[in-house]
Design a protein around this ligand. Sequence first.
Ligand SMILES: Nc1ncnc2c1ncn2[C@@H]1O[C@H](COP(=O)(O)OP(=O)(O)OP(=O)(O)O)[C@@H](O)[C@H]1O
Ligand SMILES: [Mg+2]
Length: 249
Amino acid sequence: MLEVRGLDAGYGSHQVLWNVSMQVGDGEVVALLGPNGSGKSTLMNAISRLVDRLAGTIVFDGVALHALPPHRLPRTGLSHVLERHRLFPQMTVLENLQLGAGPGAPRDKVARGLDKAYALFPRLRERTRQVAGSMSGGEQQMCSIARGLMSEPRLLLVDEPFIGLSPHMREEVAAAIRRINGEGVAILIIEQNVAVSLAMSHRAYILREGRVVLEGPSSALAAGDAVQQAFLGRLPASGGDREAGDRVG
Ligand SMILES: Nc1ncnc2c1ncn2[C@@H]1O[C@H](COP(=O)(O)OP(=O)(O)OP(=O)(O)O)[C@@H](O)[C@H]1O
Ligand SMILES: [Mg+2]
C-alpha cells in the first residue's frame, strides 16, 4: 500500500534520512521506533510531504506521492496526525473536525465523519462547541485523531499519540487506534515505548541516526534483544554496503 524506497530527506542542507526503505501493507499496523532525534518524525513528515525529499520514491496505492503537490495529499487516502496534536486552539472541536474533512468536502462526508468521530470518542460529542485549546491534553489528542479520520483515509500516520497522557487516557486512545485498524485503516505509528509499540503493531522498523537498522514482525522483535541492541547502537547505523537494516523473523 505504502512503499518508501531509498529515501534521503532533510531540512535544507541538513540531511536527516539516509536511504530509508519501508512498507506498510493493506490493513497493517506498522511501528516506527528509535531513539530521540533518530528521524522518526522526519520520515513521517517526508511521507506526507512536509519535509523535503532529496532522493528516493514514496508510492501510495500506485500514486507517486513524491511527485504530487502537497495540497493534493488529502485526496490520496493518506492522513497524518502530527506530533503534539496541532489543533487550531481558538476554534471549536466541531470546527477542527470539519477542517479535517478537507476543503470543500461534501456535506454527507462531513456528517459521516462526525458520526464516526463521536462514536469513537463519545467525549468529543459533549464538547463540540468547546474551543479546542481549552480541552485536556488527552481530549485534544482524541480530537486530533478524529480530525485525521475526517478525510476517510485508508492509511493513518500517527506521531506519538500517547505523549503526556495519563495511563487511563493512553488506554482509551490505544483502544480507539485498535478500532480504527479493525475497520480496515492501515496505521503507521510512532510511539516511544518499545513494549507498547511492539504490542500494538504487526511489524516495526527501528531507526537510528536516520537509517533503518532493524526491521521485522513485532512479535519476533519483542522476543529477542535486537531492538535494545539497535537502540544502544550495537547494530551499525552507517554500514555503507547495507541496502536496508537487519531483519528479524
Ligand atoms: N524543522 C527542522 N529543521 C532542522 N532540523 C530538524 C527539524 N526538525 C527536526 N530536525 C532534526 O532532524 C533530526 C531528526 O528529528 P526527528 O524529529 O525526525 O526525530 P524523532 O526520531 O522524531 O525524535 P523524537 O523521538 O524526539 O520525536 C534531529 O536531529 C532534529 O534536530
Ligand atoms: Mg518525533
